[in-house]
Design a binder for this molecule. Structure first.
Ligand code: DX5
Ligand code: ZN
Length: 218
């Protein structure tokens, strides 16, 4: 099974963004995970289009953009323009999720849906066949550096079952508190994409931390 390590730029040194992007380019990482927060859906504001464009200018890998914003439909085309390859919206932020997912695909991106820790897998039953990716939040979205919520393992397992039952091609991605201590168990349950922010960027040697994570799930 192909696996994907996605370092979260939220934990990078924004003063040295180009260097951080080049570190990821040269590493064993597969994707850039890019967290957009609006201060409304989540209690924090991260960055928007100009910063994503700046990342894209140097990035040589897939841009995995995670929107923690209300009304994401307003910006789908804009995220495509600044370089998103995968665009993930929150289930909790979309009243007409089916329409949003179709619009993301029509704009030429892979479509992902993210679930907060309290949102059950079952809500995806009627949309799973249309999704390229499901992002399970293993912390409450809004900040890097929080601890992993153990209930995530059960959710990954349930999602894996739903995907198999529905003959969906969706990838299972886990986001929040991912470390060398939980990544293998997540992979065993069926996850294949792993976001890691602080564990990578706050480590002494981010390149070798990425290598370690990749090796644990390869
Ligand atoms: C949290 C973000 C995450 C965050 C992960 O709301 O969606 O992508 O950057 O950071 P760590 O790996 O430090 O939990
Ligand atoms: Zn994220």
């Amino acid at each position: 099974m192909k696996t994907y390590i996605a370092p979260s730029i939220l934990s990078a040194d924004f003063g040295n963004l180009q260097q951080e992007v080049e570190m990821v380019n040269k590493s064993d990482a597969d994707w850039f995970h890019i967290d957009v927060m609006d201060g409304v859906f989540v209690p924090n504001i991260s960055f928007g289009m100009p910063v994503i464009s700046a990342i894209k200018k140097h990035a040589t890998k897939t841009m995995d953009v995670h929107l923690m914003i209300v009304n994401p439909d307003r910006y789908i085309e804009d995220f495509k323009k600044v370089g998103a390859d995968i665009l993930t919206v929150h289930y909790e932020a979309c009243t007409h999720l089916h329409r949003t997912v179709q619009a993301i695909k029509a704009a030429g991106m892979k479509a992902g849906v993210s679930l907060n820790p309290h949102t059950p897998i079952a809500v995806l039953e009627d949309i799973i066949a249309d999704l390229d990716l499901v992002l399970i939040m293993s912390v409450n979205p809004g900040f890097g550096g929080q601890s992993f919520i153990e209930n995530t393992y059960k959710k990954v397992e349930q999602l894996k079952n739903l995907i198999e039952f529905s003959e969906s091609d969706a990838i299972i991605e886990v986001d929040g508190g991912v470390t060398d201590q939980n990544i293998q168990k997540l992979a065993d349950k069926g996850a294949t994409a792993f976001v890691a922010g602080s564990f990578v960027f706050k480590s002494k040697n981010p390149t070798s931390t990425i290598k370690t994570l990749k090796a644990l799930v390869s």
